[in-house]
Design a protein around this ligand. Structure first.
Ligand code: GH3
Ligand code: MG
Ligand code: MG
Length: 413
């Protein structure tokens, strides 16, 4: 895959090299360096497809930040680097559609750029809805968020917001005003919380500083945070980023608690949580899969090669299932797969093919490549009979039958 590119225009070659080196170590972007306005011009003439640009305000052939307008005219969002903290320049830059204004004083500031770029790459996939009856405020917030690369939807009141949310269930964050016609911010928050909890959808309320009681009320009914009016662009961005980072951290923790460490498949505990929903499905199949003679693989080639075999099974499982199907590692070299909405004939076909696919996998060892086989036991369910424990039990019995009939087989309970 071709890497996206970042343009770095900086005449201090030592700093440019340092930033480039650190960025290439930390981020998955190709960095194109220019040391002057003219060089940047030539590069962009050739190809102006850049994710962002990092721009020094003071270049030998463009001493007053001319590069910023030039890059903006090419629709590339800029991060401005500056050696001075001069207020008037800062104010002038803030009126432009730049991502951020970074003082390049020391290594911490350079590190800040990396975290900013990582944030921006995530923001591109995040939908934010701004709900405010004032068009001026709406547009101001939209502009700030767009400069941070968010996908932004605006709504003029709570009812409109609820309609948009219905059509865009992937909205991750709502910024809402309090006073609005039809449905106000509090009502909106209450409605949204009926469907989405605090970790699924972030709500930040925007209230006037004389409405402290309202802010508290927002928090009590489930807003994640609030911002007092008037607020600076920076405060808005920081509040939004903080909430998103908390959410991402929690998502990661939840994910880790659900996944098996070695394979990234669901773990046994999470499998049972997921299996709860099975009583809503018709026609599903439960398969217990166990690697044949695995102990021998471990004994002959070592535990690490054993782990490689386990990972290779997992990879094939992940690639073979789709949508709502579940694949979990139950422990050791034992796996469970549930396929939903499938009839018995197709299910048997699927697992016979899976068995063949697994038998083709090759594992490289220092003593040459090795292959392995699996045995599979199946049991079938639909919504009105057996619970998951019973189904697992019969799949286990079928597996036992497969092992006793010579292994490398699919058996049915
Ligand atoms: P069968 O064909 O009847 O399934 O025999 P088997 O040798 O595959 O099964 P058995 O249950 O006798 O041995 C499984 C072995 O798997 C024993 C255990 O040490 C090993 N094992 C369990 N977990 C792991 C793991 O995470 N990594 C590795 N490498 N080995 C593991
Ligand atoms: Mg085994
Ligand atoms: Mg076993």
């Amino acid at each position: 895959m071709i890497k996206e590119r970042i343009l770095l225009v900086e005449d201090n070659k030592a700093l440019s090299k340092l930033i480039t080196k650190k960025m290439e170590q930390n981020l998955d972007y190709e960095i194109i360096q220019a040391y002057s306005y003219k060089e940047a011009e030539e590069i962009l003439e050739d190809n102006d497809d850049f994710f962002i640009a990092l721009l020094d305000l003071n270049l030998p052939d463009a001493p007053n930040g001319e590069i910023v307008d030039f890059v903006l005219s090419k629709n590339i969002p800029p991060i401005v680097l500056t050696g001075t903290l001069d207020n008037s320049i800062q104010e002038e830059m803030k009126s432009k559609n730049i991502i951020d204004y970074v003082y390049k004083g020391n290594i911490d500031d350079v590190n800040y750029i990396f975290s900013l770029i990582k944030r921006l790459s995530k923001n591109r996939d995040i939908k934010v809805m701004v709900v405010d009856d004032s068009q001026v405020t709406r547009n101001k917030i939209r502009r700030v968020l767009k400069n941070q690369m968010f996908k932004v939807i605006v709504a003029a009141h709570g009812e409109e917001a609820l309609n948009y949310l219905e059509d865009n269930p992937d909205i991750k964050l709502i910024l809402t005003d309090y006073n609005m016609p039809v449905i106000d911010g509090l009502e909106l928050t209450k409605e949204v919380r009926k469907k989405y909890d605090k970790n699924q959808l972030i709500i930040i309320s925007i209230t006037s500083s004389n409405e402290q009681l309202i802010s508290a009320k927002f928090l009590k009914i489930g807003a994640n945070d609030f911002i007092n009016k008037p607020f600076s662009d920076e405060e808005l961005i920081c509040r939004v980023n903080n909430s998103l980072e908390t959410k991402e951290y929690l998502d990661k923790m939840t994910n880790m608690a659900h996944l098996d460490f070695l394979t990234g498949l669901y773990n046994r505990r999470y499998f049972f949580e997921e299996a709860e929903s099975l009583h809503n499905s018709k026609n599903f199949v439960v398969a217990m899969i166990d690697i044949d003679n695995f102990k021998k693989i471990n004994d002959t080639y070592g535990h690490d090669i054993g782990d490689e075999v386990i990972k290779s099974v997992s990879k094939t499982l992940k690639n073979s299932i789709k949508g709502a199907d579940i694949a979990a590692r139950f422990g050791g070299e034992e796996f469970c797969v549930v396929l939903k909405n499938i009839d018995q004939k197709n299910a048997i076909g699927f697992f016979l093919k899976l068995k063949e696919l697994l038998a083709k996998n090759k594992i490289n060892t220092k003593d040459g490549t090795i292959k392995y086989t699996v045995s599979i036991g199946l049991s079938f369910g639909d919504n009105d009979d057996k619970n998951i424990d019973e189904l697992l039990n019969s799949a286990d019995k079928a597996l036992y039958k497969a092992k006793n009939s010579g292994k490398n087989r699919v058996e049915i309970a």
